[in-house]
Design a binder for this molecule. Structure first.
Ligand code: SAM
Length: 374
């Protein structure tokens, strides 16, 4: 996803540097930092690097960490210190956290944020404000200290309150859309839409709406927060013209009535219910959109069918084969993208040509496999 995030930053007019495993580096002004948070669709969070230094002893660590500009970012509330260490003298991560906390002047919070390693998907008390997050990486005695600017992970846009089974992270849906190159000018169909994540992200993308327009960010609580700069970034959000009719039909369907209700409610909250339609239908009954208030097909069938590990019975081969038959019979000339855990299953649907993406969804490895429907 790093390359997709990099391309996204460039499209936003920011100047991304190199990609690193799991991220993209960039030098940004305060305004650009706010823009990245509110506009990025594929990123999980934006970290601000406070500094990088060498330390082999706890005394060195504490002295050098003490020179970082903490008072711009921490407001005195206890913070969460997330530490990783590889091939370094300072390998005891709890002790590193303690020393950095002491140097920063902010106590350690008891809670860890919901997307901490090993706590993926762990329930988080939504009512409680998140503690500020400090990320410390120690690699070969080089310590890099960063502060999280985002708060709740950026895939939490604020609109997905109703969930069906096995929901896809919003940022992954956005990454899949970006990987296909779909731009809103052709129809998009998701026949296993669940809570509607793919169609809703598609509608937000097609209409140029900022994914983070409805939420708040950790940087708003920083002592160095610039309300005027933030107000002007926010003013830019409403200045984006919103389409009154969809550029092309975006349709989601699911055989589960509860999922369809959830998808409709989510689309309403996201402000895109006029751009996307949700229908209750089994995959056997799905075809290309039959109304034509925008350009017709061919377009993309982009979907996240049941995975063995999360929903459905032990043998999903029949379901994938059925999807393959439906595609062949009704979607000739379209392109298809399947977000799946198991490429063999995708093969049962006849989808095997191209791997557009390989990443993970809540700890489960997933790939986006794409093909032309013959
Ligand atoms: C992995 S989930 C999709 C999750 C979705 N991307 C989201 O973000 O919520 C798969 C969905 O396929 C639906 N499903 C399973 N069998 C189906 C069938 N035969 N026809 C239509 N939908 C089906 C399930 O109800 C479930 O919502």
């Amino acid at each position: 996803v790093e390359q997709l995030a990099r391309a996204e930053l460039a499209r936003l007019g920011l100047r991304p540097g190199r990609t690193v495993p799991g991220g993209v580096e960039l030098a940004a002004t305060t305004r650009q930092l706010y823009v990245a948070n509110v506009w990025m669709r594929t990123a999980t969070r934006v970290l601000v690097r406070l500094g990088s230094f060498e330390a082999r002893t706890f005394a060195e660590l504490e002295t050098r960490a003490g020179t970082l500009p903490w008072d711009r970012y921490l407001d005195g509330r206890p913070a969460t210190y997330r530490v990783t260490s590889t091939a370094s003298e300072l390998h005891h991560t709890d002790a590193v956290a303690q020393r950095v906390a002491r140097a920063s002047g902010s106590a350690q919070a008891r809670t860890t944020p919901p997307d901490s390693p090993g706590r993926d998907g762990a329930p988080h008390d939504e009512g409680a404000p998140l503690a500020p997050l400090v990320v410390v990486r120690v690699v070969r005695d080089q310590v890099t200290v960063s502060v999280d600017a985002s708060g709740e992970p950026l895939y939490k846009r604020g609109w997905r309150q109703a969930v069906a089974k096995a929901p896809l992270r919003e940022a992954l849906a956005a990454a899949a859309l970006a990987a296909t190159g779909w731009d809103g000018s052709t129809p998009l169909v998701d026949p296993f839409c669940g809570s509607g994540t793919i169609p809703i992200e598609a509608a937000l993308l097609a209409s140029g709406m900022a994914p983070g327009a409805q939420r708040s960010f950790a940087f708003q609580a920083w002592p160095s927060f610039e309300p005027g700069t933030w107000a002007s970034v926010r003013a830019g959000l409403t200045a984006v013209p919103t389409e009154t009719s969809p550029p092309a039909p975006i349709v989601g369907s699911d055989r589960d009535a509860g999922a369809v209700d959830a998808a409709r409610a989510n689309a309403e909250r996201a402000g895109v219910s006029h751009l996307v339609r949700f229908e209750r239908a089994a995959v056997s009954d799905v075809g290309p959109p039959t109304w034509a208030d925008g350009p017709g097909g061919p377009g993309w069938v982009l979907t996240n069918p049941p995975y063995g590990a999360r929903v459905g019975g032990p043998d999903l081969r029949d379901l994938y084969a059925r999807l393959g038959q439906v595609l062949g019979a009704r979607f000739a000339g379209w392109r298809v993208g399947l977000l799946v855990a198991d490429p063999v299953l995708a093969g049962h649907a006849g989808v095997r040509a191209e791997e557009l993406l390989r990443t993970s969804n809540g700890g489960i490895p997933v790939r986006l496999l794409a093909d032309h429907v013959g």
